[in-house]
Design a binder for this molecule. Structure first.
Ligand code: MIG
Length: 760
């Protein structure tokens, strides 16, 4: 709990209100009419934000702001108004937010918390039974705390990759990037990522709360008490961004305006990828790749897991088993495969190994608490050091080695183990690292380790390859979407994990990560033919679309399970490729509006009580609704469609929304619906991106007529930033007559040779 006391003084300069309380100071900055920062310098005067970069701020501030503050002597509080929001700052440090009509949006909670639990009740009993003193665990006071009133049934969304259902109300979570290989259940408090951003939805107003603090932090989302949600942190500042907007898309738009948006990826990266930890030589990789072509299942890459390294030494190549990298890459490149390789931060301690030598000589690794030696823990290569990515010099060094990989022909980099993982117990919080030239500790840096590693990778690739980088990461923080796509780490071949995929990817999307995926088929454990089929179906519209499995589990390529599975698998990978232009269009729009590709229904149907807690369907953009089967044995799917008229993608059958109905769903069928009035661009079949010129476009139309803005570029380089793209507006009327307008004309990207319209 933070003590404030009464307001003593305040000043307003430009957009910044500084308030002096008896016991603390607070700064309230108006960034835009809807983004307000509340800052209490408990630890440092600076924000030291990793999520909000200078360049983001410039963008935010360009959106304009105006604010004025008055003292309300009757209530003894300061009223700060923007054109859209009123923040009221009161004695006691309470900050309340209202809309301009005076309706309450988010108020500080004034009472005492009923308890501050740090541990589940069941664990408490267990601990007590084991003779531990559990009294102190009931009411831990943390130096940073913010408790806010929520309505008794106010749903809460977001929080990144956290497990559990879409509506995070009644869960508690911790932000401390964690690599826990056991099956991620609903009870898990933390996973690999820390995204301390919640979206709350009042009946008439949706808003967001972003707590920008990288120390270990905690959310109790109306679990300990239905009338408030509580945020706390072990250290750091209270650095809260109140994010208005009124509806969920606007809140996501504002949040991504603040923390940045994912840049447009190369088209091929949105295609299908195959991986396995344990493709242990060139023959294995080549046979898997060739089998995809032979079976006519589209595929972009067979990815290289740690097996390709020489003794798990990062930035080395195991020539003994894989031959010269260039030869293997070239052989596969001729068949359309792009090399994507894993890298791990843990750097083997070994005399003579260049990474160890360079890192040691230059002092690039984390240091022990007493600053006498480099810090050592163990990961795959054995005893290892940890690069101190918080410093630009270290990121640049790392980047040079990333460049050596891309020079070899590598086209995508997959960053693993960057929580960071450690086999000999967690890294102590007092391990020393730097935030640029400021000496600090792992306590502050832990949650941004993956963020900085991704930034190092992205910056190097962008400058070096002249193309849009493909970076994938396991660990990250708010704002990492500027550099990297994400996957959700080590799930398992469990139906419950297939089910969790939908809320997890939707939540990541609501937190600004549009390029996200899970290991299709499940990473750990043995998949089953039925589970694999349902998984490729359910994931068919995901943006990082990869089947991956662990060493030691049964192999998970579709052909391991017979021809029925292969046929089903092919059908849904092809479905994904057909809709690539639509997915790409959504990625193009994301640059403008911050919205993800895969969206929960509540994003566009906020007032629909069914949508608010719907976990087994998702939207792709606004026009496509997917209702996959995610239960073992199920052959009839109960589908819910929200308001409007919808058409089955497969049969054209018409359905009116706002109701449930049953659809037959044999193993080879996934219900998909297109909204009335849609115009959706699709491609012809292909084996991989780059196989043939994409000079024909088909527009699928659903009755009603409508229009759609379609984006077309070269798919790889950065010239789109200079306007080298074609932008079309396609309008289709009731008679299916097409009008195409060219809104922007590319310098070097040829326009379509043929555009045809088909009705559903
Ligand atoms: O400790 O590189 O999540 O995708 O296959 C396991 C081996 C290390 C964890 C990753 C997984 C990858 C595996 N890695």
């Amino acid at each position: 709990m933070i003590e404030f006391g009464k307001i003593l003084n305040w000043t307003m300069t430009d957009n910044v209100l500084s308030v002096e309380f008896e016991k603390n100071n607070m700064t309230i900055s108006v960034l835009t009419d809807e983004i307000i920062n509340v800052f209490v310098p408990l630890w440092a005067k600076e924000h030291y934000s990793k999520a909000v970069e200078e360049s983001d701020l410039e963008r935010v501030l360009r959106k304009g702001r105006s604010a004025n503050a008055v003292f309300n002597s009757e209530k003894s509080c300061i009223e700060l108004s923007t054109a859209k929001i009123k923040a009221v700052i009161c004695d006691g440090g309470y900050v309340d937010f209202y809309d301009l009509s005076g309706k309450e949006i988010s108020k500080a909670y004034r009472g005492e918390r009923v308890s501050r639990r740090t541990i589940g009740i069941f664990d408490m009993e267990l601990l007590a039974a084991e003779g531990h003193d559990t009294t102190g665990l009931l009411n831990i006071q943390r130096p940073v705390e913010d408790v806010r009133v929520v309505d008794s049934d106010e749903p809460i969304y977001g929080l990144g990759d956290k497990s559990g259902f879409l509506n995070k109300r009644s869960y508690e979570y911790e932000n401390w990037n964690t690599d826990d290989p056991s099956a991620h259940t609903e009870q898990f408090r933390s996973l690999y990522k820390s995204i301390p951003f919640a979206i709350c939805k009042k009946p008439e107003y949706a808003y967001g709360l972003f707590y920008d603090n990288t120390f270990h932090s905690y959310f109790d989302l109306a679990k300990e008490n239905a009338s408030y949600m509580a945020y706390s942190a072990d250290d750091g500042n209270l650095d809260l961004y109140f994010i208005g907007g009124g509806n969920i898309p606007a809140v996501v738009g504002n949040y991504t305006l603040l923390t940045g948006r994912a840049p447009l990826p190369q088209l091929w990266t949105l295609g299908y990828h195959q991986c396995r930890w344990g493709y242990s030589n060139a023959k294995d990789i080549t046979e898997v790749a060739e089998k995809f072509r032979e079976l006519d299942i589209p595929c972009e890459s067979v990815q290289y897991d740690i097996d390709y390294m020489d003794g798990y030494r990062v930035f080395t190549w195991n020539e003994k088993d894989y031959g010269p990298a260039g030869e293997l890459f070239e052989k596969l490149r001729l068949k359309g495969f792009k090399p994507v390789v894993i890298i791990d931060p843990g750097t083997k301690r070994e005399e003579g190994y260049f990474m160890y030598e360079e890192g040691t000589k230059n002092g690039y690794f984390f240091r022990n608490a007493d600053d006498t030696e480099d810090y050592v823990n163990a990961v795959w290569p054995g005893d290892s050091n940890y690069p101190d990515f918080g410093r630009k010099a270290v990121r640049d060094w790392w980047g040079e080695h990333v460049n050596s990989l891309t020079d070899m022909g590598v086209m995508g980099i997959w960053n693993d183990m960057n929580e960071p993982a450690s086999f000999k117990g967690p890294l102590p919080e007092d391990v020393i690292g730097y935030d640029e030239d400021r000496k600090t500790t792992h306590r502050e840096l832990h949650n941004v380790y993956g963020h900085y590693m991704s930034k190092a990778t992205y910056d190097a690739m962008k400058a070096h390859i002249g193309k849009r980088p493909l970076v994938i990461t396991r660990a990250c923080y708010s704002g990492s979407q500027k550099y990297t796509a994400v996957w959700t780490g080590d799930n398992q071949s469990l139906w419950s994990h297939l089910q969790m995929m939908i809320p997890q990817l939707c939540s990541l999307g609501m937190c600004g990560f549009p390029i996200a995926g899970v290991d299709i088929g499940g990473f750990g454990g043995d998949t089953t033919p039925e589970l694999l089929c349902r998984w490729i179906e359910a994931a068919a519209f995901s943006t990082f679309f990869r089947n991956h499995s662990a060493n030691g589990c049964i192999r998970q390529e579709p052909w391991q399970f017979g021809t029925e599975v292969v046929d089903i698998y092919r059908k849904f990978v092809k479905l994904h490729y057909r809709f690539l232009p639509y997915i790409y269009d959504l990625m193009h729009e994301e640059q403008e509006n911050g919205l993800p590709v895969m969206r929960p229904l509540v994003m566009h149907y906020e007032d629909d009580p069914v949508a608010r807690d719907l976990n087994d369907e998702y939207l792709v953009g606004e026009k496509i609704l997917v209702a996959p089967v995610v239960n073992q044995g199920e052959r009839v799917r109960k589908v819910y469609l929200p308001e409007g008229t919808w058409y089955s993608l497969w049969t054209g059958e018409k359905h009116e929304g706002r109701r449930y109905f049953l659809e037959e769903a044999p193993l080879d069928h996934m219900p998909v619906y297109i909204k009335a009035g849609s115009v959706i661009p699709v491609y012809e079949e292909m084996q991989y991106v780059g196989e043939k010129p994409l000079d024909k476009l088909t527009l699928i139309t659903a009755p009603g007529g409508g229009s759609f803005v379609h984006y077309q570029d070269g798919g790889e380089d950065l010239s789109y930033l200079e306007g080298n793209y074609n932008l079309y507006r396609f309008s289709v009327d009731e008679n299916k007559d097409l009008t195409a307008e060219l809104l922007n004309e590319a310098k070097t990207v040829p326009q379509y040779e043929k555009i045809r319209v088909v009705s559903i």
